[in-house]
Design a protein around this ligand. Structure first.
Ligand SMILES: [Zn+2]
Length: 265
């Protein structure tokens, strides 16, 4: 041990979450991994109640063709999605693999973010109860709980509403506002999260929906104490890092792969 100052990231290592299993380094292996995590993510979203009618989409960039992404088919319940149901869309929104229909809003919103953010592998969006309730307040989340700090100085409020997002220019405005942040609150609409993997985007979505629920509950009961900048920044490092998200998602996905093996069909 030395007394030299530690890098800010050092406290993340204290969590000692261990290494995730290594994967074969090929486009095909990485593609298969992303598709499997994506199919599992929909089933996890269904279990959390993030389904509502035909709304919601999660996308995963193809590892080989950077302007192509995988997405859920239109009007198939999240709880039933299998790997073979996933659609591959090209940069123009044309289905280049898969037999089912796509949702135009999925392309309008997600393609612009995939294009603007090369570091983003996955984008998640759904119409959830607490995320939508929070979105009506037209304000960002406060750092009031350590897990909520995953979004401290790391999310934006898209403060406009123009109905279904069917045009790419609205998607472009969301992508421009998002900048380097990991998530967005879309006013009168819902939440959107991004990640360097499917695992991260899906976990951040779960965490953000919960953060909205917790702040709604806390504000209904009283006036929550806001954490100091120093506290919030520390919690952001500890609860807002990619490693935390990937491990948190993995233990949920493992249950899906074990209990619903047909997801891999
Ligand atoms: Zn939507």
């Amino acid at each position: 041990m030395t007394n030299e100052p530690q890098a800010p990231e050092a406290d993340v290592a204290l969590l000692d979450l261990g290494e995730l299993p290594e994967r074969e380094n090929s486009y095909e292996a990485e593609r298969q991994h992303r598709k499997q995590q994506l199919a599992a993510a929909f089933r996890i979203f269904a279990k959390f109640g993030f389904d509502e009618g035909i709304a919601g989409h999660i996308t995963a960039r193809d590892p080989e063709f950077a302007d192509h992404f995988w997405v859920n088919p239109f009007a198939v319940h999240f709880s039933r999605i299998k790997v073979s149901d996933l659609l591959l869309l090209d940069g123009e929104g044309k289905i280049v693999e898969g037999k089912l229909r796509t949702n135009k809003a999925a392309f309008s919103i997600h393609s612009t973010i995939h294009e603007a953010r090369p570091d983003v592998v996955a984008v998640a969006h759904a119409h959830t109860l607490h995320g939508r309730a929070w979105s009506t307040l037209s304000k960002k989340l406060d750092p009031i709980i350590q897990e909520s700090c995953a979004f401290y100085n790391d999310h934006v409020l898209f403060d406009e509403y123009k109905g279904l997002v069917l045009e790419r220019d609205e998607g472009e405005r969301i992508a421009a506002l998002l900048g380097k942040n990991k998530a967005a609150i879309l006013r009168h609409h819902g939440l959107l999260t991004t990640g360097g993997s499917v695992e991260e985007a899906a976990w951040w979505f779960i965490a953000m929906e919960r953060a909205c629920q917790m702040q709604l509950m806390a504000e209904a009961a009283g006036t929550p104490r806001i954490m100091s900048d120093e506290e919030a920044e520390m919690a952001h490092r500890q609860f807002g890092n990619a490693n935390m998200a990937r491990h948190s998602f993995r233990i949920l996905a493992d249950q899906i792969f074990e209990n619903e093996p047909e997801v891999l069909n």
